[in-house]
Structures are given as C-alpha cells and as structure tokens.
Design a binder for this molecule. Structure first.
Ligand code: UDP
Length: 238
C-alpha cells in the first residue's frame, strides 16, 4: 500500500462546517460524516491534531455581540469552541476513536489544559488531539490558533477545511470566471489580495514555512486524498 504523504497534520475546521445546512449549532449527520473522514486518516497512521472554530455558536464580532466589550465577546467565542470540541470528541468516541480535548483557557473540570509535551505524547500514541479555546486570547481567531498549534507540534501542513474547494482568483459565488489555483505562494497570495486565512494566521504560517492546504469539507473523501498526497484544493506554499 502507498504511504501517506504526511506523518503529522493540523486540521482546521470552522465552526460553520459543523452546521451542515442548518443555520446554527451542530448538525448530527454532518459531524458524523466528518468523524468518518477523520477516522480514515487516523487508520492510515497519520498523527492528527484538530483546531475547531466556534462561529456556529458565537462569534466575537457578530451582530449578537454588538455593544459588548470585545474581549468579553471573544471569551464567549472561545467557550463556543470548547463546546464544539467536546461534541467532536464525543462523536469520535462513539465512532471508536480516542480523542483528547486540550483547552487554551483553564476550565479543568471540563477539559484538560493545553500542555505541549502532553499533546505531543497523545499524538505519538495515535490519539487525536483537539485544541479548544483557540489561542486563549481575545482579538485572535481559531485560524491563528491553527497556525500557532500547527507550528508548536511540528505539523507538516495546516489543512484548512472550508465550504469552497480551494483558493480562487475571485469569489466563485460572485464571479463565474473565477479560477481555482492548484498551488500559490504566500507572496503571490498577498500581492493578489487573496483571502486564505486572517492576516495574523497567514503571517505566522509564512514565517514558519508551514504550508496551508485549503480544501472542501463538503467533498466526500477529500481529507484522505490530501493525506495520501493527491492534488486536492489549493496548496499555499513558501
Ligand atoms: N476567539 C478568540 N481568540 C482565539 C480564537 C477565537 O477570541 O484565539 C473567539 C473570537 O470571538 C471568534 C470566536 O472565538 O470570533 C470563534 O472563533 P472563529 O471565528 O475563529 O471560529 P470559526 O470562524 O472558525 O468558526
């Protein structure tokens, strides 16, 4: 059998990816399908860490947070990522997988705190590690948490799951002539003002020479194909 292209990857799932076609919250069928995709990758022997967003439950800059102190709203957003992480870990448990949730903010009765050596140990043991509560700091995003944790654990790539199957020359929903890049350098993505991740996350990946692959979470089997080295979505490289 051919070997996977990676030994250790960081998967970034947006909170919205958990909604499926619902308008908020967690869609059961969607999370189960995601877990099935993830289990394929774990079965290949790839070490997998996940950062999950919270946008399906709460976003610090959303209309619902208007008038709120930004830092307070952001802490609510981080707590939303903890809920998603718990839901994901539980769905994995039901699927027969072993997952550990580690939180960047201290809520030890609920989840264990993020401790880097412990996270590395879990990964080496073949457990899926879910990083909850983003970076633990307001004014950041879970994309930045993905870049940060990906760098810390020595992931070879950040796999950013979105609803669109890659990075396009323009918004494919608005411009029918938009074309998808198979790969693009960090510098070209910047000069062409292409939105891959938020600026902080993007800068961290570029500095750390950590490639990002943007792919569609909606396409069945895409995650496995990427891990096997197939050219799916868009690779953003140094
Ligand atoms: N958040 C934060 N610091 C972090 C990560 C997240 O303050 O390090 C808050 C922020 O309010 C954000 C919310 O949590 O709007 C949810 O995260 P994000 O928007 O990245 O989730 P996604 O869009 O991936 O669902």
């Amino acid at each position: 059998m051919t070997q996977p292209a990676y030994k250790r990857v960081l998967l970034k799932l947006s909170g919205e990816a958990l909604m499926g076609d619902d308008s908020y919250g967690i869609n059961r069928a969607t999370i189960e399908r995601m877990v099935a995709d993830v289990s394929e990758v774990v079965k290949m022997g790839v070490e997998l860490a996940i950062v999950i967003g919270g946008g399906n439950i709460f976003r610090g800059v959303a209309p619902g947070a208007q008038g709120m102190d930004r830092a307070t709203a952001d802490y609510m957003g981080m707590l939303a990522t903890v809920m998603n992480s718990l839901a994901l870990a539980d769905a994995m448990r039901q699927f027969g997988m072993v997952a550990r949730v580690m939180s960047a903010i201290s809520i030890e009765q609920v989840v264990e705190p993020y401790v880097r050596p412990k996270a590395l140990q879990y990964l080496e043991e073949g457990k899926v590690v879910i990083f909850a509560a983003g970076t633990g700091n307001p004014f950041f995003t879970t994309d930045t948490a993905a870049a940060l944790r990906g760098s810390e654990i020595g992931a070879e790539v950040v796999l950013k799951a979105t609803k669109v199957d890659g990075v396009y020359s323009a918004d494919p929903n608005k411009d029918p002539t938009a074309t998808r890049y198979a790969s693009i350098s960090f510098d070209d993505a910047i000069s062409q003002h292409l939105q891959v991740m938020d600026a902080t996350a993007f800068a961290l990946c570029r500095d750390q020479k950590l490639p990002i692959r943007v792919f569609s979470i909606v396409k069945p089997g895409a995650l496995s194909r990427i891990v096997m080295g197939e050219d799916e979505g868009t690779l953003v490289h140094v």
